[in-house]
Ligand binder design. Structure first.
Ligand code: SF4
Length: 316
């Protein structure tokens, strides 16, 4: 008899369908009580969902609320965003950081206007063709805006799966398969939201099992052992220190240019506290990313409709 193509560890059990069903029922029952009061939760407008998901990619949830509301008030549709200059989108991105996402969202709005009739598509593959939209964001929009039966899998959800369902570490592909197997037939968006809520509030890096609503259905809690998800790995990487970083300086430069074009000399004065080499490095990165433009010796936000108004004599 030939040996199997992979080694089977007889100590590893995989959850059966009845265990998945019991966990699913338990979480759906708990979902109203753990739902976070976030303005985009339950909002099914596809553009609003897409904007929230792009903003949430690298920014803390609490910091997204006000910019999300401000952004949608100004740009209620993809076409409204597409028609605006990039400089205005960058100004509205204030406080969120990682402004390359603002440019990607602006590019996505233009693609939606030009290639999709101004409508956000429901198909995850079409969503993924948009600038700045990866697997997670596409799944979230397809599920939350359209009720598509796709799993929304981020770091938090991966932690829930590893601990509550399998009580073992999961490779990315295993986690995805498991997340899909766990989906209910109906109420998919509700279920996906409940998984995110559970992971964000209870099944955190340091879990809050004592108050967790699905604790009776949690395999790690039942069987014990090492934490199968000991660190926040996976979809989102730990962020580097912000204070004193080039990321912070990029934000400062964009804010300054958001008030109007600046000559090199004006930047020298405004950023006298920053070493020249570092400032030049940051300006070069902003130019490379297409977030800032340079006309002669004047810097301005990319896509500014306004002509540089600084005195050219001060622009050296
Ligand atoms: S009981 Fe603890 S480990 Fe299990 S799902 Fe809840 S928070 Fe996570």
């Amino acid at each position: 008899m030939s040996s199997p193509p992979f080694a089977v560890d007889p100590t590893v059990r995989t959850s059966g369908s009845s265990e998945l069903a019991a966990f699913r029922r338990s979480l759906l029952r708990a979902s109203p009580s753990i739902r976070r009061p976030l303005p985009w939760v339950g909002d099914e407008r596809p553009w609003a969902v897409l904007v929230s998901e792009v903003m949430l990619q690298q920014t803390q949830t609490s910091r997204v609320i006000e910019p999300w509301e401000r952004f949608l008030e100004r740009f209620p549709t993809p076409s409204a965003c597409a028609e605006a200059p990039l400089a205005e989108v960058l100004n509205l991105w204030r406080g969120l950081g990682y402004p390359r996402r603002a440019k990607a969202l602006h590019d996505a709005a233009r693609t939606l206007r030009d290639d999709f009739g101004g409508v956000v598509p429901r198909d995850p593959a079409e969503l993924r063709s948009l600038p700045g939209v990866g697997e997670y964001t596409a799944a979230a929009v397809a599920s939350f805006a359209f009720g598509e039966r796709v799993a929304v899998l981020d770091t938090n959800v991966g932690r829930v799966l590893a601990r509550a369902i399998e009580n073992r570490r999961l490779a990315d592909r295993e986690a995805r398969r498991l997340a899909e197997a766990l989906l209910p037939r109906r109420d998919v968006a509700l279920f996906n939201q409940a998984m995110l809520d559970l992971g964000a509030q209870f099944c955190r890096s340091t879990p809050r099992c004592a108050t967790c609503p699905v604790a009776p259905r949690c395999r790690w809690r039942r069987e014990g052992g090492e934490d199968p998800a000991p660190r926040s790995a996976g979809v989102s990487r730990p962020q580097t220190r912000y204070e004193g970083s080039n990321r912070q300086l990029r934000g400062r430069v964009l804010r300054a240019l958001g008030e109007g074009p600046r000559s090199t000399r004006q930047l020298d004065v405004a950023f006298a506290d920053v070493a020249l080499a570092r400032r030049e490095e940051v300006l070069a990165s902003l130019l490379r990313d297409g977030l800032v433009a340079q006309r002669g010796g004047v810097f301005l936000l990319a896509g500014s409709s306004e002509a540089p108004s600084v005195d050219a004599r001060t622009a050296s």
